[in-house]
Design a protein around this ligand. Sequence first.
Ligand SMILES: Cc1cc2nc3c(=O)[nH]c(=O)nc-3n(C[C@H](O)[C@H](O)[C@H](O)COP(=O)(O)O)c2cc1C
Length: 218
Amino acid sequence: MKALLISSSPHREESSTFLLAKEVLRALEEDGVSCEEIHLHGCKVFFCKSCETCHVKILKCPLTDDVAMILRKMLDADGIILASPNYINNVTASMKTLLDRSSHFIHCKRLLEKYVAGVVTSGSGFADMVLEYIGYYGRTCGAQYSGGVSAVRAFGQDKKEEAFRLGKKMAADMRTKRSYPEQMKVIEESRKHFARVMKLRKNEWLEEYQYWVEKGWL
Ligand SMILES: Cc1cc2nc3c(=O)[nH]c(=O)nc-3n(C[C@H](O)[C@H](O)[C@H](O)COP(=O)(O)O)c2cc1C
């Protein structure tokens, strides 16, 4: 099993968000999950131009940066940990820019059967909206949310332990292919919605439509 950590603090390895996320990875690794980390600050991630090329030809994009590589690693992982400091009650712009570039994952529910977890630090201790957003992102791409951990920047051992427990839970989710019925209901609703969208756009989003046909979802 593989897990991918995407961390979006500009402080990279020195960041408190990454420090907390490392505890999630430590638990995953202890349970035999092979982990990889990406620091978005250090990668080239350009803004989506909304050209829709990636819907016509799956994962093709005219922008030449590191996003294609990151999206492939996400597809290759069983678990994805999105770690971001709270920037005005949301993920950082760098994280949002990456997620915007993954709209094909939403259209084709490409993260189905995967698990997402969130790690957030903040100055004030307020992180609910950010974790909520990370959970929403996972589900809208088809992934179930194993949970999230958040802390004020200068956190103590208790928060590290909470992050470690989240890693253990995520490893168990992946190992047992756990199904959260409430989440699966939401994912299924979204799939039904996109079935209608796909039929409407079938002459434009050629490869995405073909993907749906091949999956037998239409
Ligand atoms: C642009 C910017 C916006 C921020 N917005 C918030 C905020 O809305 N609420 C909050 O509690 N902290 C906010 N912070 C503080 C960071 O979330 C906090 O310092 C965080 O722990 C930094 O994590 P890092 O060390 O991983 O970079 C903000 C910081 C920056 C630079």
